[in-house]
Design a protein around this ligand. Structure first.
Ligand SMILES: Cc1cc2nc3c(=O)[nH]c(=O)nc-3n(C[C@H](O)[C@H](O)[C@H](O)COP(=O)(O)OP(=O)(O)OC[C@H]3O[C@@H](n4cnc5c(N)ncnc54)[C@H](O)[C@@H]3O)c2cc1C
Length: 404
């Protein structure tokens, strides 16, 4: 009997999973049908949404360009999940439709989180989704704000602040962050980020906690005010509640707890990938919500599903990080090379070379999700696993040396 694999969400992780599951099923002669459900008919390159917010027309592609007849596409919003009967309810053009599955892959991604900043949902702009990023671009163009406060100095906040500063030289940008900006970078990478913010005229306040956003700007913890005509918040992502509502085992943020094959620890016929999943890498460290990990998770879940259908044991090796890429406008960037556990190595690329490298990575992330991307997918999956294996071997040896 045909095995129905239903993938919910066609972002990086879901599209990667659907394409690879269909490819593997044909290769292994497994009788499986793959259905991909997505809220829109387009694939959104989320990693370009700061560019969209800065007014660039980039990052949206018809999903049909990435799919052939091996994957059925349903454009609709998943509204409910019945894990008992194995059915997803999807609203298609206003009508609820029940889609049965034998194996489900949850890949619904994430939206903007408030990070505990009061009023963020009401008063702050975000770049977490296409509509919000476009709305931000319109506000900047129409309202011509003078002072823009960007909250959050993680990679997304940095990309937003630098992209806006470069494309709108008249804006007075102020980046505020708890702790230090660009956490996860080493001393050379961090210094380059600070120099670039200074060059682009972005004021930086580190070790600054924002308590609230209102119509006049920011209120800091302690009560000080920072006036702003526009606030952009990048203080974390939130995930849809579908998995938690359906009774799957989730973490405190609602992300599905999965094993090394991206399979739910509570529901063996459900897998979760990308931002929707709480997965661990080397040393049991939680994987960052990122495209960099979403893609290998998607491929690996598909490999595990089809391996099990074909009666083989799936690969359970964890993924290791290779580098972090940050764009700092279109002409500058930072590539921070990292160990498999995401800790920084001394080596970095900066400036135009880094900007080009980052552009190559972003373009090939989408490129690998189009026709003929399976070879690239296999290579990337191999590299992330090889990094983890090497790291585990080395830290095992180091531990042995210490004990001996
Ligand atoms: C501005 C910005 C820059 C970033 N830069 C980087 C970077 O440089 N490197 C990096 O690694 N990561 C980066 N990220 C993070 C990265 O974009 C995400 O981690 C990644 O997109 C997660 O992939 P995903 O497939 O899990 O989810 P998503 O890409 O969010 O895709 C989820 C999909 O599910 C669909 N969906 C959601 N709800 C439903 C529903 N109910 N029914 C049907 N469909 C639904 C959505 O339409 C979407 O297609 C960045 C994020 C942002 C916002």
């Amino acid at each position: 009997m045909t095995h129905d694999i239903v993938v919910l969400g066609a972002g990086y992780a879901g599209l990667a999973a659907a394409r690879r599951a269909a490819h593997n099923a044909r290769r292994d002669r497994v009788d499986a049908r793959v259905t991909l459900v997505n809220a829109t008919a387009d694939f959104v390159e989320r990693v370009r949404l700061h560019q969209v917010a800065a007014g660039q027309d980039v990052g949206v592609h018809p999903l049909a360009d990435s799919l052939d007849d091996r994957v059925g596409l349903v454009v609709g919003r998943a509204e409910g999940l019945d894990t008992g009967d194995g059915v997803v309810t999807v609203r298609v053009g206003g009508t609820p439709r029940r889609i049965p599955y034998d194996t489900l892959v949850l890949a619904l991604g994430s939206t903007a989180g408030s990070g505990g900043v009061a009023g963020a949902g009401e008063y702050a702009a975000t770049v977490a989704g296409l509509d919000r990023a476009r709305a931000l671009a319109r506000r900047v163009a129409d309202e011509r704000p003078e002072r823009v406060a960007v909250v959050g100095g993680g990679l997304t906040g940095l990309e937003v602040a630098t992209e806006l500063a470069e494309s709108h030289p008249g804006l007075r940008l102020h980046l505020l962050t708890r702790g230090r900006a660009a956490p996860g970078t080493g001393p050379r990478g961090g210094a380059h980020v600070r120099r670039t913010l200074h060059r682009l005229g972005v004021d930086l306040s580190e070790d600054t906690s924002v308590a609230a956003v209102d119509a006049d700007g920011l209120v800091l913890e302690g009560g000080d005010r920072v006036p702003a005509d526009l606030v952009v918040c990048n203080v974390g992502f939130a995930v849809p509640s579908l998995a938690a509502d359906a009774g799957l085992a989730v973490d405190g943020d609602g992300r599905v707890l999965v094993d090394a094959t991206q399979r739910s620890v509570s529901h063996p016929d459900v897998y979760a990938v990308g931002d929707a999943a709480h997965a661990t890498g080397v040393r049991g460290r939680e994987l960052r919500m990122s495209c960099a990990m979403g893609l290998p998770m998607g491929w690996s879940a598909a490999d595990a599903i089809t391996a099990r259908l074909a009666g083989r044991e799936p690969d359970t090796a964890p993924f290791g990080y290779l580098f972090q890429c940050v764009s700092l406008g279109r002409r500058d960037g930072l590539v921070q090379f990292v160990r498999a556990d995401d800790s920084p190595r001394p080596f970095v690329l900066t400036g135009r070379v880094a900007a080009r490298y980052k552009e190559y990575i972003v373009a090939s992330a989408y490129g690998g999700l189009r026709g003929g991307g399976e070879g690239q997918a296999s290579l990337n999956l191999f590299l992330t696993r090889a990094a983890a294996r090497r790291f585990t071997r080395r830290s095992g040896r180091a531990q042995y040396a210490r004990v001996a």
